[in-house]
Every structure is written in structure tokens, then in C-alpha cells.
Design a binder for this molecule. Structure first.
Ligand code: IPE
Ligand code: MG
Length: 216
């Protein structure tokens, strides 16, 4: 969900924080569009561990407050999505981490799965999973490591959409995205609309048909 600050600037907002709020609110729109299309598994990049370490304190604090305020509100908006968190929540203030934990337990058992990457570092995630396998005394093969990764029940990602014109992966679930199609959108995240989603889905379908023309 990239491009909040640039979007705020383009629409003439004085502060980047307003862009972050618009971006956070916009996730609810995306989830409605996915639900309408029968897509039941989604992962979003909210905040990397690096973002937390490197961005201005004020901006990071604002992002934490937004998460703490909006995640519980989101619970009431829809009963469709079960929340999963990927990332190191010890990097977050305690009240923010608690709000997330509560939302994870309050949404348990819902039929669709949303993974939010918060305080996320891709390599650390794999290291942690390998460690968990070893601590359990298991052989660290692919299946054992995959099963220790955080997130919803389906680990393989089909389609990655990156907004804002950047064409980098920035450590977005690399283990899970091994076979993913990647679509880059020039829209800033808060301006990414339902039509843009359909363009990405159409592009995904086109490529899959091109790669596997005879698969039913
Ligand atoms: C994405 O928007 C949100 C976060 C990474 C927290 P940005 O803050 O990266 O906005 P741009 O990319 O500077 O426009
Ligand atoms: Mg950015």
C-alpha cells in the first residue's frame, strides 16, 4: 500500500499524516471489493521493521495511533475477515500491539483471511520460522518451515500488486511469493480504485492463461 505521502501532496494536503489516514481507511474499500469478487485471502504491507526504525518519530507514532484506532473500528465494519499479523509486534507500543492481539482473537474463525505485515522483515520471518522448526525438534524442510510462517492458512501468494509506480518487492513475503505474478500500478495507494483492481486481476488471468493454456 505505497504512495500515501505522495498522494497527500498531489491532492494539496499539508501533512503526510493525512495521506496515511486516507490510506488506512482505503483498506476497508479494498476488502469490500475482494469480498465481492470472492477473493478470500489477502495480505497487505502496512509497515516494515525498517520503516519503524528509519522514519521520523512523529510519523511512526502517527502510524501507530492510526493502527490502534482503526483496527478495532474495522472489527465492527465487517464480519468477513479474520486478522493475522506478520511481523515483530514488540517494535510497536504496547497499547498498539494489544489492540492488534485483541483483533486477532476477536476475528478468529471468520471465513476470509487478511494478513497485515506490521513491523515486518522478510528475512527475519524466515529465520524465525526455521528456528521454530528446530526448537520443535523437526527437520527444517520446506513444508515444516512454511507451516511456521505467520499469516492465513494459504501461504502461496498468486498475485502481488504494488502501487505508486515503484517497481521493487521491498521484501514483500518472498518465500510465499515464489510463483506470484507481479503487477505494478502507477496509482498512489489511496487513489487505487476498484477499476485498478480489476485491471490487475485481468492482467493476472491473461498471464496465467498464457503460461498454462491447457490447464482447466
Ligand atoms: C505507504 O506510503 C505507507 C507506509 C509505508 C507506512 P508512504 O508513506 O511510503 O508514501 P510515499 O511512498 O512516500 O508516497
Ligand atoms: Mg513509499
Amino acid at each position: 500500500m505505497d504512495g500515501n505521502r505522495r498522494w497527500a501532496k498531489t491532492v494539496g494536503m499539508a501533512r503526510a499524516g493525512a495521506g496515511h489516514r486516507a490510506g488506512a481507511d482505503h483498506l476497508a474499500d479494498l476488502l469490500r471489493w475482494l469480498e465481492f469478487r470472492g477473493i478470500r485471502h489477502a495480505s497487505v504491507y502496512v509497515l516494515s521493521a525498517d520503516n519503524i526504525r528509519k522514519r521520523d518519530r512523529d510519523e511512526v507514532d502517527h502510524l501507530f495511533r492510526l493502527i490502534e484506532e482503526l483496527v478495532p473500528a474495522w472489527l465492527e465494519e465487517s464480519d468477513e475477515w479474520q486478522l493475522h499479523i506478520a511481523g515483530d509486534t514488540t517494535l510497536l507500543p504496547e497499547s498498539c500491539a494489544t489492540a492488534l492481539e485483541n483483533a486477532v482473537s476477536a476475528t478468529a474463525g471468520r471465513r476470509s483471511h487478511l494478513t497485515r505485515a506490521i513491523g515486518y522483515d522478510a528475512k527475519q520471518e524466515v529465520v524465525d520460522a526455521v528456528r521454530a522448526v528446530l526448537v520443535a525438534g523437526e527437520h527444517p524442510d520446506e513444508a515444516a518451515i512454511t507451516s511456521r510462517l505467520p499469516g492465513g492458512p494459504i501461504k502461496d501468494i498468486d498475485l502481488v500488486i504494488r502501487t505508486s509506480g515503484e517497481q521493487r518487492i521491498s521484501g514483500f513475503f518472498p518465500w510465499q511469493s515464489q510463483h506470484a505474478e507481479i503487477v505494478f500500478s502507477n496509482k498512489f495507494w489511496p487513489a487505487f480504485d476498484e477499476h485498478d483492481l480489476d485491471l490487475a486481476l485481468r492482467e493476472f488471468a491473461r498471464r496465467r492463461v498464457a503460461t498454462h493454456p491447457f490447464r482447466s
